[in-house]
Design a protein around this ligand. Structure first.
Ligand SMILES: [Zn+2]
Ligand SMILES: [Zn+2]
Ligand SMILES: [Zn+2]
Length: 476
């Protein structure tokens, strides 16, 4: 298999006469698994393979423009196609039923050229796509190249939450709901419409739940509806049957003959009886027993999963256009992960509560990077950001902890920092932004927190970091 990682994928061009050709004058290749029922003209090279191993090898073919799946094995082939960096984004057609989304049925020549042209035009508007290597970017690019196709769930009773997201499986992105939560938090995907709401076991997250009525006293499932009688004379409550004596109603406890309902006796509200412990009760206890792991959930505690469709955001389109990942990041030296930062902040909060340890959090955010790139050009923005990065780095101590929290937001944990020093650091940051010419175009904002000075009851890492981020988020 050739390594496509450092090679440029073939670009299909269509000339004025509608002839498709490749930039390097190789013919665009249509790779077919099995014999296609369509005839294509000599402008294409049609490569037919019937063997799976040969097919997988051919996915690295640089002149590849489209794939036709014409024999069994589509379900098996499609994940391999989408996880191969050369074929991840390419058009795939098939007439066979498939568990995964396709680009349509086998096209005739005109339809194929139309689809390839549309795909190619979209591809050219995202010049950074070739650099995309991770599966998440591939999924986002896949959607972007298909006219901003929606990421749709499909009903699937075999799935833990009765739905699956075939595209997330196809690109091997792990747990769908977890992936979607992260992608929404990172503003890469946005929900479009709510399709369903699914309740899940708090223990194993499956939604195969059985709602059962139990005795509220002993939790036995062996309960029944009962006609009971309540004797006014002695207060005894018992099954109707035990009051029947030779055609009369007699209390089995005090032997009083009961004649008139409302005067001598009545029917209690408790009309359920437990066969196990004999308790009478009005309402059974309802639990949602998980048929998967047997855990008994209180129905009001169940996890609720929102099943939604999603679309790519403007931020995603920006990323696909200019690959913000590295070039628009401040180079602040070694960074920690978000999870680790949360852990550290919680630890510092604990120390601060107990021992009055001082620390500060600083949040730096650039709110107009996308717009600045449009206005000033990528090179200029890159220059501003690298200058700023160098200046900020100089003013940090080795013990300071840095985390790029979102694309354009940074959180700094400054341990052992007295309150008056924080003010100095903050002023310094603001001065830096005025020193580097053009920074105002990026709309840099700074927020800060100091402990124990500002530490409140109930503050934790989640809350403090969210608070700092919302303080610097611009309207842009
Ligand atoms: Zn369960
Ligand atoms: Zn009685
Ligand atoms: Zn009972």
């Amino acid at each position: 298999m050739s390594d496509p990682a450092n090679q440029v994928p073939a670009l299909l061009c269509v000339d004025e006469a509608g002839e498709a050709f490749l930039e390097d004058n190789n013919k665009p290749t249509i790779l077919c698994l099995g014999e296609p029922q369509q005839i294509y003209s000599a402008r294409f090279r049609v490569q037919v393979v019937v063997n799976m191993a040969a097919f997988y090898d051919a996915l690295g073919e640089l002149s590849l423009v489209a794939i036709l799946l014409c024999q069994h094995g589509a379900d098996e082939a499609l994940p391999v196609i989408r996880q191969h960096s050369n074929s991840a984004l390419k058009l795939v057609f098939s007439n066979l039923p498939c568990r995964f989304p396709l680009d349509g049925r086998l096209p005739d020549e005109a339809a194929l050229i139309a689809a390839l042209t549309a795909w190619q035009q979209a591809y050219q508007s995202f010049p950074e796509l070739e650099k995309m290597q991770n599966p998440q970017d591939h999924l986002l690019a896949y959607l972007a190249l298909r006219g901003e196709q929606l990421l749709q769930p499909e009903r699937d009773l075999a799935s833990a939450f009765s739905y699956r997201y075939p595209l997330i499986e196809l690109f091997d992105l792990g747990d769908s709901l977890f992936f979607l939560r992260q992608a929404v938090r990172d503003e890469l995907l946005a929900p479009v419409s709510l399709i369903d709401r699914v309740r899940q076991c708090t223990h194993c997250s499956h939604n195969t739940l059985n709602y059962i009525d139990l005795c509220p006293q002993c939790s036995s499932i062996d309960i029944k509806q009962q006609s009971a009688i309540h004797c006014f004379t002695c207060g005894h409550v018992g099954e109707q049957q035990t009051f029947m004596e030779g055609g009369r109603l007699v209390c089995p406890n005090c032997s009083t003959a009961l004649r008139h309902i409302g005067t001598d006796y009545d029917r209690p509200l408790e009309n359920m009886e437990c066969n196990h412990c004999g308790a009478f009760f009005i309402e059974a206890k309802v639990v949602a027993r998980c048929l998967h792991c047997d855990h008994e959930n209180d129905p009001s505690d169940l996890n609720i999963a929102q099943i939604q469709s999603f679309k790519i955001t403007d931020k995603t389109k920006f990323r696909l256009r200019v690959a913000s990942d590295e070039r628009f990041s401040l180079d602040l030296g070694e960074q920690v992960s978000r999870d680790y930062l949360h852990w550290l902040v919680d630890w510092q909060v604990g120390l601060s509560r107990r021992h009055q340890i001082e620390f500060a959090l600083l949040c730096l955010s650039f709110n107009r990077v996308e717009q600045a790139v449009e206005q000033l050009g990528a090179a200029q923005v890159y220059r501003i950001i690298s200058q700023l990065g160098a200046q900020i780095k100089d003013s940090l101590r080795v013990t300071d902890v840095i985390c790029q929290y979102q694309d354009h937001s940074y959180l700094l944990l400054l341990p052992n920092l007295p309150f008056d020093h924080l003010t100095v650091v903050q002023q310094k940051m603001q001065q830096l932004s005025s020193l580097v010419q053009g920074t105002d175009a990026l709309a840099m904002a700074v927020s800060s927190f100091h402990a124990p000075t500002e530490l409140q009851e109930g503050d934790n890492a989640d809350f403090l970091l969210t608070r700092l981020l919302s303080e610097v988020s611009g309207d842009a």
